[in-house]
Design a protein around this ligand. Structure first.
Ligand code: NDP
Length: 392
């Protein structure tokens, strides 16, 4: 039925390729393209369907346009890095192809985590009759859909939203990140920020924390307030929300390593001169750290990501919690990746499926919460990320 081109052959790309291959009635032809072709070939060899592979530098728009014109996809799933987003969107506009990603555009030299650059493409996508779906991972992604679902089925008005991300998994490494180390560390070392009564309140990195009791035996863990990009789109699309915050768990060992790396300057994203050559310390650090894709066979335990929502229904106050639990070892058996790649790659496939089957349609640039959450929620249960909801 449709031809899809996946760009990026990291941890998430591996999951997207496997999951698209599992739905041949929608994804009839699949190409996996990335900077390093051997990584695409390795992933394709582990899938029992034919997957075309190609080498492409997605920052080189003419090169990407040439590849798109050869393969002629209906949709591009961008699971390369946030630095490539605008280049891939440019190539989609030039070739008339729909677009989907899982992380907002980031300039190389500045950690911003904002949608402005991509929202600015709305009129151009609209004029071409194309659709771009932003942030179709878990957070952003499923968390946006959870919020839209809560609003549609459980609340007349949402007052507060807490998105809570717990990785209770253990990979046995002294220090490693579960997705691209550069993006992960940029996200965590920036200032914290949350939305309160129409304003953004800034905090020092990791300055706010509290305990949260996670369900299904995961138990109480310390959660830290971070800024996360879906807060921007959710408060934009649900202006009734008075307070919106994002929280994540970190182990003491992780935080200690990070503090030391920060203190010695290894998390800097500005170039420094080393033996006559400019290097960016964080990029050098990435080269030393374990590749997130290599953590698959090592990681045990579960992730638990969900939304705690408070508001009003039928005149009464209501507190509601919706979450997914994902087991690292189980998903490794299925697709050869750990849970953080899985929880990102499955929603990317589902977003693509809903676009290609015309369940989610539009002309322009959209965030996940702008569409009917029901078909997405149904697909989460079918494709490996079942969710549960409770009224507290
Ligand atoms: P990885 O670093 O494992 O993989 C990134 C891949 O992109 C690599 O194969 C890399 O190639 C490729 N790539 C980088 N630059 C280019 C380029 N210029 N042209 C073509 N390919 C390129 O990252 P992850 O798989 O962990 O993450 C992928 C994306 O998913 C990231 O944007 C991340 O922010 C996002 N993410 C979103 C989450 C969510 O819930 N929304 C959660 C986790 C991640 P090479 O192998 O040569 O380096």
């Amino acid at each position: 039925m449709a031809r899809v081109m996946i760009i990026g052959a990291g941890g998430v790309g591996q999951v997207v390729a496997h999951k698209c291959a599992q739905v041949p009635e929608v994804f009839t032809d699949i190409m996996l393209a990335s900077r390093t072709r051997s990584k695409c070939d390795k992933i394709a060899a582990g899938i029992d369907r034919h997957i075309e592979t190609a080498q492409v530098d997605a920052d080189n728009v003419p090169e990407l346009v040439a590849l798109i014109n050869t393969f002629k996809p209906d949709l591009i799933i961008n699971v390369a890095l946030p630095y490539q987003d605008l280049h891939i969107m440019d190539a989609c506009l030039e070739t008339g192809v729909h677009y989907l990603d899982t992380a907002n555009y980031e300039p190389l030299d500045e950690a911003r985590f904002c949608y402005k650059w991509q929202w600015d493409y709305h009129e151009r996508f609209k004029a071409k009759g194309l659709m771009a779906l932003l942030g179709s991972g878990f957070d952003p992604g499923v968390t946006n859909v959870f919020t839209a679902w809560a609003k549609k089925h459980h609340f007349d008005r949402i007052d507060t939203l807490d998105i809570i991300d717990c990785n209770a998994g253990d990979h046995g490494q002294p220090f490693a990140t579960n997705f691209n180390p550069e993006i992960n560390i940029r996200e965590i070392t920036q200032k914290g920020r949350y939305y309160e009564a129409g304003k953004w309140v800034e905090t020092e990195p990791m300055a706010l924390s509290k305990d949260f009791d996670f369900p299904e035996g995961i138990g109480p863990k310390k959660i830290f307030l971070l800024y996360h990009e879906e807060l921007e789109s959710l408060t934009h699309h649900f202006p009734e929300i008075k307070q919106a915050r994002f929280w994540m768990t970190f182990s003491e060992a992780y935080l200690t390593h990070l503090k030391v790396l920060e203190n010695v300057g290894m998390t800097r994203i500005d170039p420094v001169l080393y033996e006559g050559k400019e290097i960016v310390p964080l990029q050098f650090l990435k080269a030393l750290l374990p590749d997130p894709a290599s953590l698959g066979p090592l990681t045990k335990g579960r992730t638990c990501i969900g939304c705690l929502v408070k508001g009003e229904k039928d005149g009464a106050e209501k507190t509601y919690y919706i979450y997914n639990i994902c087991d690292h070892e189980e998903v490794y058996k299925e697709v050869g990746s750990q849970g953080v790649s899985y929880t990102t790659g499955v929603p990317a496939m589902i977003g693509a499926l809903l676009m290609l089957t015309k369940k989610w349609t539009g002309k322009g640039v959209f965030n996940m919460e702008e569409f009917d959450p029901d078909p997405f929620m149904e697909r989460l249960n079918i494709h490996g990320l079942p969710w549960k909801e409770t009224i507290l």
